[in-house]
Design a protein around this ligand. Structure first.
Ligand code: G3P
Ligand code: MG
Length: 246
């Protein structure tokens, strides 16, 4: 049926890796997502004191490691001393906070990577463009942010970079907001609770992809599929895969 064929192309995006079952934003979480058959990976980035792109959700190491401190005030050497696994479960002891480069090396190019730039990292665009080019990842990465200025800076530096807009607002506003940017937008990233079928189909007709976050319950996954989204960002990529196979 038509439903089946659209399900087959729906991107299964592991949120911070398979963050429901492994410590978020670690190589273990990304590897588990890949094992479960995800076709996309979402991760969050910050810039370290010495200008490296660090994969971590929060501005500080406090919640997800055994160390303290703001990533922007720490060097890679200092960040690498932190244990990013034990807080989740002792069997992940010794997991490190990864560099984006290490994730690029782990993830095969057929799996898309959604790099989310966190606010407060105004200087990150040149480093990200350099890394995507050096690792030949321009065509299988899409970069999202709640901070649209950062995305415009990225496009200014590298017009081929694909940018996605993150929102908390109702999806009926998304298209209009995308039209306010100085550069073409690749994807819209609405919160799953602020969506409607009509807005999704209008966005898709205009050539935009729609990737809702963070969809963990089966009923909500089914609802998103019914809306016709391009992919689903979830802490449980294995659960979504099983649902699509049914
Ligand atoms: O990129 C989608 C989602 O990750 C945005 O929220 O806080 O989980 O990074 P957050
Ligand atoms: Mg995120």
């Amino acid at each position: 049926s038509n439903d089946m064929s659209s399900n087959e192309t729906l991107m299964v995006i592991a949120h911070r890796g398979a963050a429901g079952e492994a410590p978020e934003n670690t190589l273990a979480a990304f590897a588990l997502g890949l094992e479960q058959g995800c076709t996309g990976i979402e991760l969050d980035v910050h810039l370290s004191k010495d200008g490296e792109i660090i994969v971590c959700h929060d501005t500080t190491l406090n919640r997800t490691t055994d160390r303290q401190g703001a990533i922007g005030n720490l060097t890679v050497e200092e960040i690498k001393q932190a244990d990013a696994g034990s807080w989740f479960h002792e069997r992940f002891a010794g997991e490190r906070v990864p560099l984006l480069e290490e994730v690029f090396d782990l993830v095969p190019p057929e799996v898309q990577i959604n790099v989310e730039i966190k606010a407060g990292n105004d200087g990150i665009a040149p480093a990200l463009v350099e890394l995507m080019k050096r690792k030949d990842r321009l065509n299988d990465v899409f970069v999202s942010s709640f901070d649209f200025d950062i995305l415009e800076r990225l496009k200014e530096l590298e017009p081929e970079a694909r940018i996605g807009l993150l929102y908390h607002i109702r999806m009926t506003h998304h298209d209009r907001m995308a039209g306010l940017l100085d550069y073409p937008v690749y994807s819209l990233h609405p919160h799953w609770s602020r969506m409607d079928k009509r807005s999704v189909s209008e966005a898709i007709e205009r050539g935009l992809r729609v990737y809702p976050w963070t969809v963990n319950e089966e009923a909500n996954m089914l609802n998103m599929i019914d809306c016709g989204v391009s992919g689903i960002i979830t802490d449980y990529p294995g659960r979504l895969k099983r649902l699509l196979e049914r």
